[in-house]
Design a protein around this ligand. Structure first.
Ligand SMILES: Nc1ncnc2c1ncn2[C@@H]1O[C@H](COP(=O)(O)OP(=O)(O)O)[C@@H](O)[C@H]1O
Ligand SMILES: [Mg+2]
Length: 247
């Protein structure tokens, strides 16, 4: 279980030495059960990526706590092997001089029992994300956007984490590829049973894979709704998004 309690985060308004602070996240509390897919929705600048970085332990909150299985997320041992991430910008997420295989070996080194085990695992993972074994030797510039994102997803699930955090992970893929990747995420969830934190501004994509949706606005949680009740959502922002999708 991921438990977030009363977190707050601010940044300096004008550079590092300015005393003026911009409060980006306020009083954020929520929980995410093992195997759950929680969508985090909000317009640009609402604080979604900041919240994502706090959940990954990349940055620390000014106040409040984030715990995974009772342990603070700030501790390396809490994160290691338990949480991984997929970001929007798949091209910069992959090292340009690493082949797909080299990219995938890195996190596997931490969990695989042997070299042979590692190589078998890579074949299985590539197959699971719909790429044939010939992709092992390809470099990022030889991949399409959809293929590169599949490699990032394969790498994120390879350690069989408790949670995968995705920040706009499908947002820059075009329509049909986006749907294929969402379908792939659903399948991987069925295989590995991990939870997803799915950050997006796209309510339709979130509705497709999430169990619950949290709407964040100006750094505050406006509402959390189970997906079955999305049509009754009260948040004016979510209503506006839904109306755009329907019409
Ligand atoms: N490292 C940072 N330093 C200063 N301000 C930041 C930093 N990261 C984000 N912000 C500010 O925090 C707000 C929320 O940003 P962000 O979390 O990226 O929102 P979203 O992902 O929802 O678009 C924005 O006003 C942004 O300018
Ligand atoms: Mg963002």
């Amino acid at each position: 279980m991921l438990i977030v309690e009363r977190i707050e985060k601010s940044y300096s308004k004008a550079g590092r030495f300015s005393a003026e602070r911009h409060l980006v996240l306020k009083d954020i509390s929520f929980q995410c059960k093992p195997g759950e897919c929680l969508g985090i929705i909000g317009e640009s600048g609402s604080g979604k990526s900041t919240l994502g970085r706090l959940l990954l332990g990349i940055e620390k909150p000014d106040q409040g706590t984030i715990r995974l299985k009772g342990e603070p997320i700030g501790k390396r041992t809490t994160r290691q092997g338990n949480i991984s991430a997929v970001f929007q910008d798949y091209t910069s997420s992959l090292h340009p001089f690493y082949t797909v295989e080299q990219t995938m070996i890195e996190p596997l080194k931490l969990v695989a029992k042997s070299r042979k085990d590692m190589h078998t695992k890579i074949d299985v993972l590539l197959h699971q994300v719909g790429l044939d074994p010939s992709y092992r030797s390809k470099y990022p510039h030889e991949l399409s956007g959809g293929e590169a994102q599949r490699v990032c997803i394969a790498r994120a699930v390879s350690i069989e984490p408790k949670f995968v955090l995705m920040d706009e992970a499908v947002s820059s893929l075009d329509g049909s590829v986006q749907l294929q990747v969402l379908e792939l995420l659903k399948n991987l969830k069925a295989i590995y049973g991990m939870g997803y934190i799915f950050i997006t501004h796209d309510i339709q994509a979130a509705a497709y894979i999430c169990d619950r949706i949290m709407i964040i606005r100006n750094g505050r949680i406006e509402e959390i709704v189970p997906i079955e009740q999305l049509k009754d959502v009260k948040s004016p922002y979510a209503r506006k998004l839904l109306d755009q999708v329907i019409t």
